[in-house]
Design a binder for this molecule. Structure first.
Ligand SMILES: Cc1cc2nc3c(=O)[nH]c(=O)nc-3n(C[C@H](O)[C@H](O)[C@H](O)COP(=O)(O)OP(=O)(O)OC[C@H]3O[C@@H](n4cnc5c(N)ncnc54)[C@H](O)[C@@H]3O)c2cc1C
Length: 398
């Protein structure tokens, strides 16, 4: 794939070309050790890619956003984006471990010094995994402010009751960020008050008030539903102030959008590379199928969509790093990359014809996997709702 050379007159600090080329190169090398057959087997067995996650951890890639004083590399978000993008561009998947990057911000910005000193160095070395993020519930879905899981203060503890769904990687994580209601919805001054975030040490509560049930899905995502039945956690698990949790989670959303967009962009490049290579090599009716506009143009169109989405993601990351408000850009990057990857995936399916359906080409697996980018962690519709209301000033739709 040619390197893009983004130019934004209004953003003179925008990188020209790819950020962190050395990291990208090293991630690509690491990923060579995890070819399609590795991911195919994990997919068939619905197994966690422990070896891959361990390799990333040992190389320090999952700790790049942790400040140096807590044992990480202290790099900005575009380093995290570079890593996730290269993982996906190489045909691998960051889904088993990406949450560590985007949940980190909540702990860093709002956690106490004691919480940071206790957990971050161990997360940096890989001794502990912070991979689980418990927000979504079966009844409230996208409407986070209607969540029903409660955490009630009882002396030096909180008692948690309720149910979460789609808490991914819970079986492979030691720590979890959990969002729960600490003040009833009808007793808060502002509708965004009353929710609190907890950094839960899952080792102490698994089987003791926390019951995890895997959900088998169309992709190998190691996702679960979790039942909380009088789960007792120390009051020191609370992050920041009680009742301000929704704001803390929102604070981390732009980082999450930018990082997930990078994964989608990596997948875009993988699909486009596979499709264009196959289109050059596959000969039918005496000529490469890529000589037909019906095959060539959709691939070129996918590249155009990918390139536009990538520029927006780079802009969002540059603004985030400059400390500028970037809700619009981060959301647009997530939206555009999610839509672009779905187009690229469908185009690769069409280009490979019948062989797209054969497991050994990995197209069908990646096609299934990349569909998530239009649904989670935020669906395309909800992003359009955000843009309609907050950017274009139209009435609130959610
Ligand atoms: C594999 C997987 C992993 C996940 N991992 C996690 C995780 O680790 N932690 C976690 O907390 N959550 C996780 N999620 C949850 C994910 O974030 C939600 O599925 C997603 O936010 C949508 O919520 P929902 O499924 O309840 O859909 P709903 O909220 O029921 O929405 C259904 C559809 O209706 C649309 N819709 C709803 N309201 C509106 C509106 N006002 N305007 C227009 N359209 C609307 C939505 O866009 C969506 O397309 C995961 C989900 C999946 C599938």
């Amino acid at each position: 794939m040619p390197d893009s050379a983004p130019l934004h007159a209004d953003m003179p600090s925008m990188p020209l070309g790819e950020t962190y080329p050395e990291i990208r190169e090293a991630v690509r090398k690491l990923c060579e050790g995890f070819p399609g057959e590795y991911w195919r087997k994990k997919d068939q067995e619905r197994a966690y890619p422990t070896e891959f996650v361990n390799a990333l951890t040992e190389a320090g890639y999952l700790a790049v956003l942790i400040p140096e004083e807590y044992g990480g590399s202290g790099l900005p978000i575009s380093a995290g984006s570079a890593i996730l993008e290269e993982i996906h561009k190489s045909g691998c998947s960051g889904a088993a471990c990406h949450a560590q990057m985007y949940t980190m911000g909540t702990v860093l910005r709002h956690g106490s010094e004691a919480q940071k000193r206790e957990y971050l160095p161990k997360i940096a070395t890989g001794e502990l995994r912070l991979q689980a993020f418990g927000v979504t519930e079966p009844t409230s879905g996208t409407d986070t402010l209607s969540l029903r899981t409660t955490a009630v203060r009882d002396g030096d503890e909180y008692v948690v009751n309720g149910q979460k769904v789609w808490t991914s990687r819970a079986e492979h994580s030691d720590l979890m960020l959990l969002l729960a209601r600490t003040t009833a919805k009808d007793k808060v001054a502002k509708r965004t008050d009353g929710l609190s975030v907890f950094l839960v040490d899952m080792r102490a509560v698994k089987g003791k008030g926390m019951e995890i049930k895997p959900i088998r899905t169309m992709i190998n995502h190691n996702t679960t539903e979790i039942f909380y039945d009088n789960m007792r956690i120390p009051a020191s698990s609370l992050i920041g102030e009680e009742g301000k949790g929704f704001r803390y989670i929102l604070d981390g959303m732009n980082a999450e959008r930018i990082l997930i967009a990078s994964e989608a962009l990596g997948d875009c490049q993988w699909f486009i590379e596979k499709a264009s290579t196959y289109a050059k090599e596959r000969v039918v009716f005496g000529r490469p199928i890529g000589a037909n506009q019906g095959i060539q143009f959709p691939i070129a169109e996918s590249y155009a969509h990918y390139s536009a989405a990538k520029l927006m993601a780079q802009k969002a990351a540059a603004m985030f790093e400059a400390g500028l408000p970037c809700g619009e850009q981060a959301n647009l990057a997530k939206y555009l990359s999610g839509e672009a990857v779905w187009k690229a995936a469908d185009c690769a399916m069409q280009t490979f014809g019948g062989f797209a359906f054969a497991e050994e080409y990995d197209i069908e697996r990646k096609f299934r996997e990349c569909r998530i980018f239009r649904t989670a962690p935020i669906s395309s519709n909800l992003i359009l709702g955000f843009v309609g209301e907050h950017v274009l000033g139209m009435p609130r739709s959610y």
